[in-house]
Design a protein around this ligand. Structure first.
Ligand code: FES
Length: 134
């Protein structure tokens, strides 16, 4: 059987993406540390991002959220505590399973310790239904 395409993985929803993203540190990733998508790369489609939730795009170390309908935010998916990839987005927070930190989907701020800092924002623009990194 063919491996799933990126589009297929996106269509699997946040839970599936969270499973792909997992909770790993840089050292466990197949990608080089700090690998990020170049500017202009389409990260996702607006329809892929649930209102009041978000998706984790592990390849680009990005979390895209839609706190309210039509408002999209992006943050690094690297937890500010000890560098795990955040694991999922649920109940209005971006969650790291390594030690339980939670971050607000609206601004990346720390909702639950031990993370010492908010998730760093990333610049995105919405062009039609595409969300490229800028
Ligand atoms: Fe995320 Fe510790 S690395 S809570």
């Amino acid at each position: 059987m063919d491996e799933p395409s990126r589009r297929t993985i996106l269509a699997a929803g946040a839970a599936g993406l969270a499973a792909v993203a997992g909770c790993s540190t840089y050292g466990e990733s197949k990608d080089a540390p700090g690998t990020t998508a170049p500017a202009g790369t389409a990260l996702a489609k607006t329809g892929d991002i649930p209102v009041g939730g978000g998706v984790i795009l592990g390849d680009s170390q990005t979390v895209i959220t839609q706190p309210t309908a039509g408002t999209f935010k992006a943050f690094t998916s690297v937890c500010t505590h000890q560098g795990c990839q955040v694991a999922n987005v649920a109940d209005g927070t971006i969650n790291c399973d390594c030690h339980g930190s939670k971050f607000a989907i609206a601004d990346g701020s720390v909702v639950k310790d031990p993370a010492p800092q908010p998730l760093a924002p990333k610049q995105i623009t919405v062009t039609g239904d595409a969300i490229p990194l800028t």
